[in-house]
Design a binder for this molecule. Structure first.
Ligand SMILES: NC(=O)c1ccc[n+]([C@@H]2O[C@H](COP(=O)([O-])OP(=O)(O)OC[C@H]3O[C@@H](n4cnc5c(N)ncnc54)[C@H](O)[C@@H]3O)[C@@H](O)[C@H]2O)c1
Length: 258
C-alpha cells in the first residue's frame, strides 16, 4: 500500500495513535500535517518524521473553527491540497454520571464531535473539487459498546460513527470515502491516565483494571498496538474505490466483533 505523495492532515498527531498514523503514512510515501493543540510536541513529531517536504506541524485546537480553517488552509498551501483527513484528536474523562461535571461533558463532546465536524467541513473544500478524498475518523470499541463511567466518551464515539456514515453518503458523488476505525485499548498517554483513575473509581487494583476491565473481553488478553491501528488507517487511506465506505473497522483483539 503506497500513498504516492498524497497529503494527510492528522489531528492529535503529536502523541499516541495519531503520531503512529503520521509516521506510517510518511513511511508509505505520504506527506503529513501534524495538527495538534500542543505545538511544541507537534513540531518535534514533524521533525522526527521527516523534512518540511514530508511532515509539517500546525497549531490547531480542533474545537476552534477559525484555528481549524486556518490550519487546514496552511497545510493545503504547504502541500498543494488535502487528500486524507484523519480526525483523531481526543481525550478521555471518566466519572459516574451523578458526579460528571457538565463542563467536562461539554469539553469532551466538543473535542471529539465539534473537532470531527469542523475538520471535515474544512477538508472537503479541497477534496470535493478534486473528486477524491478519504475521511478517516478515530472511533473506538466504544462506538459500539458501553462501559460504566464513560457516558461522555461513549456518547461521543457513537456520534462519530453517525457523522462518518453521513459523510459516506454526502461524499459519494465527489468520490470521497468516509470510514471509522474502532480500536480496543491501546497503551497511549490517554489510557495510562485512566488506569489509576478507574482503580480509584471502581475500588479495584490497577492490575485488575488492566486484566479485567481493559482486556477481559479480548481473545488473548493483549493490548492493541499503535502499529495495528496505523496499518488499518493506511489501508483506508489508500483504498481506491467507494466499495469501502461508511464502514467501521474494529481493531480490538476480538473484544468487540462486528
Ligand atoms: N488509546 C486508546 O486505547 C484508544 C482506543 C480507542 C480510541 N482511541 C482514540 O484515539 C484517539 C487518539 O488517542 P490517543 O490514545 O492516541 O491519545 P493521546 O493522549 O496519546 O493523544 C491525543 C492527542 O490529541 C491532542 N489533542 C487533545 N485535545 C486537542 C484539541 N482540542 N485540538 C487538537 N489536538 C488535541 C493532544 O495534544 C494529543 O497530542 C482519540 O480520539 C481516542 O479517543 C484511543
Amino acid at each position: 500500500m503506497e500513498l504516492n505523495g498524497k497529503v494527510a492532515l492528522i489531528t492529535g498527531a503529536a502523541s499516541g495513535i495519531g503520531h503512529g498514523v503520521a509516521q506510517r503514512f510518511a513511511n508509505a510515501g505520504g506527506r503529513v500535517c501534524i495538527a495538534d493543540l500542543n505545538i511544541d510536541a507537534a513540531k518535534s513529531a514533524a521533525e522526527q518524521i521527516g523534512g518540511d517536504d514530508v511532515a509539517i506541524a500546525v497549531a490547531m485546537d480542533v474545537t476552534n473553527e477559525e484555528q481549524v480553517r486556518s490550519g487546514v488552509d496552511a497545510a493545503a498551501k504547504a502541500f498543494g491540497t488535502i487528500d486524507i483527513l484523519v480526525s483523531n484528536a481526543g481525550i478521555q474523562i471518566v466519572h459516574p454520571i451523578e458526579e460528571f461535571p457538565f463542563e467536562e461533558w461539554k469539553k469532551l463532546l466538543s473535542i471529539h464531535l465539534d473537532g470531527a465536524f469542523l475538520t471535515t467541513k474544512s477538508c472537503v473544500k479541497y477534496m470535493y473539487p478534486q473528486k477524491s478524498g478519504a475521511l478517516i475518523y478515530m472511533g473506538s470499541v466504544h462506538s459500539h459498546e458501553a462501559s460504566p463511567l464513560k457516558s461522555a466518551y461513549v456518547a461521543a464515539k457513537h456520534g462519530i460513527l453517525g457523522l462518518a456514515r453521513v459523510m459516506a453518503k454526502e461524499g459519494a458523488k465527489h468520490n470521497v470515502r468516509a470510514n471509522t476505525i474502532c480500536p480496543g485499548f491501546v497503551r497511549t498517554p490517554l489510557v495510562e491516565k485512566q488506569i489509576p483513575q478507574q482503580a480509584h473509581d471502581l475500588g479495584i487494583t490497577e492490575q485488575r483494571v488492566v486484566e479485567d476491565v481493559m482486556l477481559g473481553e479480548t481473545v488473548d488478553k493483549q493490548f492493541t498496538m499503535i502499529s495495528d491501528v496505523a496499518e488499518v488507517a493506511l489501508m483506508l487511506a489508500s483504498f481506491q474505490t467507494n466499495a469501502l465506505t461508511g464502514e467501521s473497522i474494529v481493531v480490538s483483539h476480538g473484544w468487540f466483533m462486528n
